[in-house]
Design a protein around this ligand. Structure first.
Ligand SMILES: *Cc1c(COP(=O)(O)O)cnc(C)c1O
Length: 226
């Protein structure tokens, strides 16, 4: 019951049009099913082995979002069913997704992950690296991968001004890229920003997709991650 109530509460705080990715990593299939029964369809996972198991167990109409660091050798397993990969952090990974997607006759939607947080542990392109990637034309030749926006995480801090500043930085980058590289592509329209602790701030700065885990499913029982 808790999950259903939590989900309702979170949804009630979302701006119109903002999508909710329920981050279900490390939570059991029964927990996902409760959210599913409440109508939730987008689930976020960060480990390939785990999402493979859950994908088998849940109905076909779930949209699986991959939000964790992705190694190129695991792309092949993910590409047949994934809806959106939020965490593209290298040209090499983009090429591999394209290659595997071509093999299964798909075009896979991805976001470029932008690193703006103060922590060194977070993956992603520096803003200028992401600009450079788009300035070179190679990505345009990858016909089986489709860049639909950006993803970012803010620093894990109580300092809301810093968090807002980082979100706004990514928002500005997103607008710049949209005008410069996607003027003729209305599908470059997703800005994935905001987690349980900061999604309300992310919404203030243009987020179109929030990734909320613990507020819906409770605390995760595991060691490290963040
Ligand atoms: C785990 C995770 C989340 C969700 O975190 P919560 O604080 O539980 O909401 C969001 N985004 C990414 C990339 C994550 O790894």
């Amino acid at each position: 019951m808790m999950i259903a109530e939590n989900l309702k509460k979170v949804k009630a705080t979302l701006n119109p049009g903002v999508k909710l990715v329920a981050v279900s990593k490390f939570h059991p299939i029964a927990a996902l099913r409760q959210a599913y029964d409440e109508g939730q369809r987008m689930f976020g996972e960060s480990h390939v082995q785990e999402v493979l198991i859950k994908q088998q167990a849940l109905p076909e109409d779930v949209e699986w979002h991959f939000i964790g660091h992705l190694q190129t050798n695991k792309v092949k397993q993910l590409v047949p069913f994934v809806s959106l990969i939020h965490s593209v952090d290298s040209m090499k990974l983009l090429r591999e997704i394209d290659k595997q997607a071509q093999k299964c006759g798909r075009v896979v939607d991805v976001l470029l992950q932008i690193h703006v947080a103060a922590e060194e542990t977070k993956f992603g392109f520096a803003p200028e690296e992401a600009m450079q990637l788009l300035q070179q034309d190679e990505w345009r030749e990858l016909k089986h991968v489709h860049i639909t926006g950006l993803m970012a995480m803010a620093t894990n801090t109580e300092d809301e001004r810093q968090v807002e500043c980082e979100f706004e930085q990514v928002h500005q980058l997103f607008e710049t890229m949209k005008n410069r590289f996607f003027a003729n592509d209305a599908t470059f329209n997703q800005l994935s920003m905001g987690m349980s602790g900061d999604y309300l701030l992310a919404q203030k700065h243009g987020s179109t997709m929030v990734r909320v885990g613990s507020l819906i499913f409770g605390e995760r029982n595991y060691g490290s991650e963040r």
